[in-house]
Ligand binder design. Structure first.
Ligand code: FES
Length: 501
């Protein structure tokens, strides 16, 4: 019986982030058993969990709504009840399960107590009258306890049933040796789910012909979703290897799969993409969204750039501002100062549906996905484009315990896409967002620019445990880097990207 939960599952059930759980574990509030937590402990630590508002049941409802349109067809073709009916039955089975589990837990506890009382009785030297009186007392106690029994389901039983339902809706996958976890939902393959999470697993064709997505199944059960052309050797099959792009998860899995550890381990790619969206931002910059060819993904580390070859001539290198967890849809911001140049003219002539060649990825100013420390993202002007994908990826992989985004703008420059920054701060408990003009004055001394106290120093008593990513004009980056080191930041934890001034 799954009384112990993996951290990702426990976080999902309690409706909190994984890093919030890790905080509780680090501070000793929550105990772990081989990296897992007990359902009863989860209920104790998160008593505010709203058991009536079940995100999983909401998800089931969404699946049900999506299924509704094709439900009748499926019934005719497969002879099975429609997805809607199956989910309804699952829901009512969950109710029965909660009731049964509550009773079982209650009776187990009662039997344990009764056994203890009988044990005490057996140790006593009693006359037959005294024994009779004791047994009568025990009988009264038992009747009273049974009469007091409430029919309200136990919180732990509700979580138990919810966890079992979650196993039906989504299987969790743990990758070793990295320890990353993700869920496989709906009809996703293991590869699709890993890429959606933004994990840099190896892959190529995405259709079972290259063998690049090979991984070894350590535990759990998978189902083949398509027949691969690539043949695993008999030895590989015996060792439990599978192709992640051709299998989905039936149960929770542990897989041995290598992740690219650095940008150098990603292949250089060239994709013919299509302009899907163009949006002129209030500041004069242009937001460009490209659709990657079907069944392909652009693999990159958050923070990296790509070179765009424009259809009417000109090529430009820009940071990818979207998350690597969506390699099928890439976003860029063409900065306002390029409006005057040849490239800008080519950008201005872009239209939805145009073909744009994307080459890359480039750059080593990237998010360290293993980071589990509070993280500062400090950006000035277009530096924000470089850190935006890092923040989105950090939120997606859910390892960073606290985000601090400090944005600066030079005179006359705008805080583009600021609605996104405000939305992060509004929706995430562990996200701080501050914005301020940067004057870049010569009077700012390198070691203590006047604004430093408003930011890192105000939010941190001690920066020695933090990681920082800085992007912006060279002078700005140098000033902030000095200030952060003065405030105690470890130089190894400082990542810099200097844009041309
Ligand atoms: S990505 Fe090519 S076989 Fe899976």
């Amino acid at each position: 019986m799954p009384d112990l939960l993996k951290l990702s599952r426990a976080a999902r059930l309690a409706g909190v982030s994984r890093s919030d759980l890790q905080d509780k574990i680090r501070s000793g509030v929550l105990e772990t058993f081989e990296g897992k937590v007990k359902i009863t402990d989860l209920v104790r630590v998160y008593p505010q969990v709203d058991l009536d508002r079940d995100p999983m049941l909401e998800k089931m409802q969404r699946i049900k709504d999506n299924a509704r349109a094709k439900g009748a067809l499926e019934t005719r073709e497969t002879g099975l009840p429609s997805a809607e009916i199956l989910l309804q039955r699952l829901h009512s089975l969950a109710g029965m399960l909660i009731d049964t589990k509550s009773r079982l837990d209650y009776q187990t506890e009662l039997l344990t107590t009764l056994s203890g009382k009988l044990g005490e009785l057996s140790q006593m030297k009693l006359s037959s009258e005294e024994l009779h009186a004791k047994i009568e007392g025990l009988d009264r106690w038992l009747r009273d306890v049974l009469a007091e029994r409430h029919e309200k389901p136990e919180d732990s039983a509700v979580l138990f049933a919810r966890n079992l339902l979650l196993h039906v809706i989504a299987a969790s996958v743990k990758l070793i040796p990295s320890g990353h976890e993700f869920f496989v939902e709906g009809g996703d393959t293991i590869l699709q789910a890993a890429v959606r999470k933004g994990l840099h697993v190896g892959y190529g064709c995405n259709d079972g012909s290259c063998g690049a997505c090979k991984a070894r199944l350590i535990s759990g059960e998978v189902i083949e979703t398509q027949k691969p052309l690539y043949r695993l050797s008999p030895h590989e099959q015996q060792m439990g290897y599978l192709l992640m792009c051709c299998n989905s998860a039936v149960t929770d899995l542990t897989l041995e799969a290598a992740l690219a550890a650095s940008p150098a381990e990603l292949p250089m790619q060239e994709l013919s993409c299509q302009v899907e969206q163009l949006q002129r931002l209030p500041c004069g910059s242009q937001l460009l969204q490209l659709q990657v060819p079907q069944a392909q993904n652009f693999q990159f580390f958050a923070g990296q750039s790509a070179e765009l070859e424009l259809p009417r001539g000109g090529a430009v290198g820009l940071p990818v501002i979207s998350c690597p967890c969506d390699g099928a849809r890439l976003q860029f911001v063409a900065p306002e100062q390029q409006e005057e140049g040849a490239v800008s003219a080519a950008f201005g002539a872009l239209a939805v549906g145009d073909a744009v060649k994307v080459r890359g990825p480039f750059g080593d100013f990237v998010l360290d996905v293993e980071t589990e420390t509070p993280t500062l993202f400090i950006a000035c002007d277009e530096g924000f484009s470089a850190v935006k994908s890092m923040i989105e990826h950090g939120i997606s992989i859910d390892r960073i315990p606290a985000f601090y985004l400090y944005r600066f703008a030079s005179p006359g420059r705008a805080f583009y896409l600021e609605n996104i920054c405000r939305a992060w701060a509004d929706s995430l408990d562990n996200f701080v967002y501050r914005a301020k003009p940067w004057l870049g004055e010569a009077s700012d001394t390198l070691s203590s620019p006047p604004w430093a106290a408003d930011f890192g120093a105000a939010d941190f008593a001690d920066l020695s445990e933090a990681t920082a990513y800085l992007a912006g004009p060279g002078l700005f980056v140098d000033q902030v880097a000095h200030a952060l080191i003065d405030l105690g930041l470890n130089q190894d934890q400082l990542h810099l990207s200097r844009l041309a001034n």
